[in-house]
Design a protein around this ligand. Structure first.
Ligand SMILES: Cc1cc2nc3c(=O)[nH]c(=O)nc-3n(C[C@H](O)[C@H](O)[C@H](O)COP(=O)(O)OP(=O)(O)OC[C@H]3O[C@@H](n4cnc5c(N)ncnc54)[C@H](O)[C@@H]3O)c2cc1C
Length: 338
């Protein structure tokens, strides 16, 4: 277990908690360097907040709407590991509302989406990994220099030389508390306080709404974002699916409001923003408890060398999909540099 030259424990077997973009990126970057990686995911499939919800006739991107690839390394990584067929540019028109209510176009920038749905990317990335889905890790048990992971069904996995947790900070903190890692849990207090919820609602219209933009950032008491999901490449919808995201303050105030009441308020706000009384013929809502971080502090990743525990995720690197990749890359490089 020990590298005799510098007394640093060698890391060969790595457990990764979470299969969002950060967890999958860290897994592939370490696996490429011949480390043995096992990924644990509490949900039925990979993707985390790069999510698509089944809706009548197809699916709708209920989480991340699009992503940038300003860092060429991110584009190359996706092309190599997910495959170029499962993502592409969303050639929509994008606008934002000024505080006075007027609409302006966003400057041109390439915005990418998964094809035919956002989860196509994380499905592609995970296809060659040892991924254990429906496995919620509840506790990390340290014995000497090794870690064993326990799930909520009482199963144990391991041993591992290091554990990388890529869950949002509140879930990471809960895991540390259950594992009696009090100092690590406390170190996350500030990050937990910055996480904001988001209510999302998908609406179906049988006729096109004919709006000037496919993606709109609004100034509204309820809504923050509106998008025509059916305008993304590879969607084969009858009619149009639109996605609405409520703003963080409103989502916070309505965190415990019933989904039908939330949907009603969001539809009314949508009608107000687009200036039409058209009603959807289907709708589905989803509450994200841990949607985005409002923190301006971006350390990139955390590595607790004494514990051989690392943290990666968008909340450590500016939020957003590309930040999740950069956080994972930084942590993987830190581990490989040892
Ligand atoms: C409504 C919304 C809109 C967004 N819009 C955009 C956008 O337009 N552009 C953009 O770039 N970004 C957007 N984002 C942010 C983007 O989705 C995230 O930055 C990115 O997906 C985060 O990836 P991650 O891997 O860090 O975390 P996550 O995707 O949250 O992955 C964490 C994973 O850990 C799993 N997990 C947690 N606890 C455990 C446990 N104990 N055991 C096992 N598994 C566990 C979770 O199930 C999850 O799959 C949006 C997010 C939301 C919610």
């Amino acid at each position: 277990m020990f590298n005799q030259t510098d007394q640093m424990p060698v890391i060969r077997r790595v457990a990764i908690v979470g299969s969002g973009l950060a967890g999958l990126s860290a897994s592939l970057l370490l696996r490429d360097e011949n480390l043995a990686v096992t990924v644990f995911e509490k949900s039925r499939g990979p993707g985390g907040r790069m999510a698509a919800k089944r809706v009548p006739g197809g699916s709708a991107d209920i989480g991340a709407q699009y992503f940038t690839a300003r860092n060429p390394a991110f584009f190359r990584f996706l092309a190599r590991h997910a495959g170029e067929a499962c993502f592409g540019p969303w050639e929509g028109r994008f606008g934002y509302q000024s505080p006075g209510g007027e609409w302006e176009s966003f400057p041109d920038e390439k915005r990418y989406v998964g094809i035919p749905r956002m989860t196509a990317i994380t499905r592609g990335l995970s296809s060659t990994l040892d991924l254990r889905v429906e496995t919620r890790i509840e506790r990390l048990v340290g014995e000497g220099r090794e870690w064993t992971l326990q799930d909520t069904d009482g199963n144990s996995y391991g041993p591992f030389d290091a554990v990388l947790v890529t869950a949002p900070p509140a879930q990471t903190q809960e895991l540390f508390r259950n594992s009696e890692l009090r100092t690590l849990a406390q170190a996350l207090d500030e990050s937990v306080s910055h996480i904001q919820p988001c209510w999302a609602t998908a609406l179906h219209f049988s006729q096109p709404l004919k709006q000037p933009y496919e993606g709109m950032r609004c100034q509204d008491a309820v809504l923050y974002w509106i998008a025509n999901n059916s305008s993304k490449p590879g969607r084969d919808d009858h009619g149009e699916w639109w996605i609405l995201h409520a703003n963080p303050e409103w989502s916070h105030r309505h965190q415990d409001t019933a989904p039908d009441k939330v949907a009603e308020a969001m539809v009314a706000a949508f009608q107000r923003v687009i200036g039409s009384d058209t009603r959807p013929d289907e709708l589905v809502s989803h509450r994200w408890l841990y949607a985005k971080s409002s923190s301006g502090d971006n350390p990139g990743f955390r590595w607790f060398a004494d514990h051989r525990i690392g943290l990666a995720g968008d909340w450590l690197s500016g939020g957003r999909v590309e930040g999740a990749f950069e956080s994972a890359k930084g942590l993987a490089e830190k581990i490989l540099a040892r």
